[in-house]
Design a binder for this molecule. Structure first.
Ligand code: SF4
Length: 345
């Protein structure tokens, strides 16, 4: 197979994606990253979009086998932020010039339809900022109410497009339901993000190729691909974490296949690999999601352990982030960073 031709193929097949994920020679891997960087530049430009994340509740009614927040994990201290604390943190994010916030939690219905609507409305009323919700699988009516209240985007990772593995990892939940929710969110007009994990137990490279094609079929606006990191007191606590290089290759392949989508260089990647964020940004990624969860709570949102930057004050963390971005010759966007699919229309 001619690698250069393959990297310029507009419609890569499953086998061709697998071929890219299996590349081993250093020069060939560099070629893959370089091509992903070109595609990123062509479809998304050079700016890096920041999403300020507020992890406001670590309660979750699900029992995903890989996740530290699973309901049956009694070893972690649970917390919930008040609406005032969440709105105050949104203000802090806005004051840093960031124009997207991500409201993230486990599946926690204590934050009911009205409370989340109130929080969205209160933030949107005061600040010209985009809101991404990452609240797990919730009710169809709720998605609708939150859209009316002003939410712009919804992040709901599919985690794996392999039905059997999905049921296994997510304690018998169904992939078909996840897909229905994702389709409904799109129908409501949300910009939709999905994504998957790399290095999960029993996962193959073919599964990863299917994950990328799943995102293509769904026509997502963002694809978040991050390494699996085992969390203590979970059924997968003794497994190995996902491979950083395979994660980077998957992100690069996703960029080449999906083209005009946002791809974050995730904190999880940065947590297992020195300069993981920079490597991601050089190989197709164009988004960073700095954590603004207030200090009393931040260390308790333990989806996985060893999260980088967990003790950094927002101001210092933001300054260091700016330096890291500038060192790459890129610059931080001052826009809301809507989906490239919308802005190119
Ligand atoms: S992955 Fe999400 S839904 Fe599953 S247990 Fe963790 S927080 Fe809950």
């Amino acid at each position: 197979m001619n690698l250069d031709e393959l990297l310029h193929n507009e419609n890569l097949s499953r086998d061709e994606i697998v071929y890219l994920l299996n590349l081993e020679r250093r020069e060939e891997i560099s070629q893959l990253f370089q091509r992903a960087d070109e595609v990123r530049k062509k479809f998304c430009g050079d700016e890096i979009h920041l999403r300020g994340v507020i992890e406001f509740s670590n309660y979750c009614s699900c029992n995903c086998l890989y996740c530290g927040l699973r309901e049956d994990n009694f070893s972690i201290e649970r917390f919930r932020m008040t609406a005032d604390e969440i709105i105050g943190t949104a203000k802090l994010i806005y004051s840093h010039g960031i124009r997207t916030i991500v409201l993230q939690s486990g599946e926690d219905t204590i934050y009911d339809t009205d409370l989340i609507s109130f929080i969205i409305y209160s933030i949107k009323k005061e600040f010209d900022i985009a809101i991404t919700l990452s609240l797990g699988q919730r009710g169809f009516q709720e998605y609708q109410s939150w859209k009316y209240a002003g939410a712009d985007r919804y992040l709901l990772k599919h985690e794996t497009a392999n039905e059997k593995l999905y049921e296994k990892y997510r304690d018998n939940l169904k992939l078909a339901d996840r897909l229905n929710h994702l389709r409904y969110l799109k129908k409501l007009g949300y910009q939709v993000g999905s994504g998957n994990m790399i290095g999960m137990p029993l996962q193959t490279v073919e599964d990863i190729a299917d994950d990328i094609l799943f995102c293509k079929e769904l026509d997502v606006d963002m694809a978040a691909i991050c390494p699996f990191i085992p969390a203590p007191f979970t059924p997968y606590q003794n497994r190995k974490h996902g491979d950083a290089l395979l994660t980077l290759k998957s992100m690069a392949a996703a960029r080449i296949v999906l083209k005009d989508v946002h791809i974050p260089a995730t904190t999880a990647l940065d947590s297992i690999e020195e300069d993981g964020r920079e490597q991601g940004l050089k190989g197709g990624a164009n988004v960073i999601m700095p954590n603004f969860t207030p200090m009393p709570y931040r260390g308790k949102y333990t989806i996985y352990p060893g999260k980088r930057g967990i003790h950094d004050e927002p101001k210092a963390a933001f300054a260091s982030l700016q330096k890291r971005v500038e060192a790459l010759g890129r610059k931080i966007s001052v826009s809301k960073g809507d989906s490239p699919k919308l802005t190119s229309e």
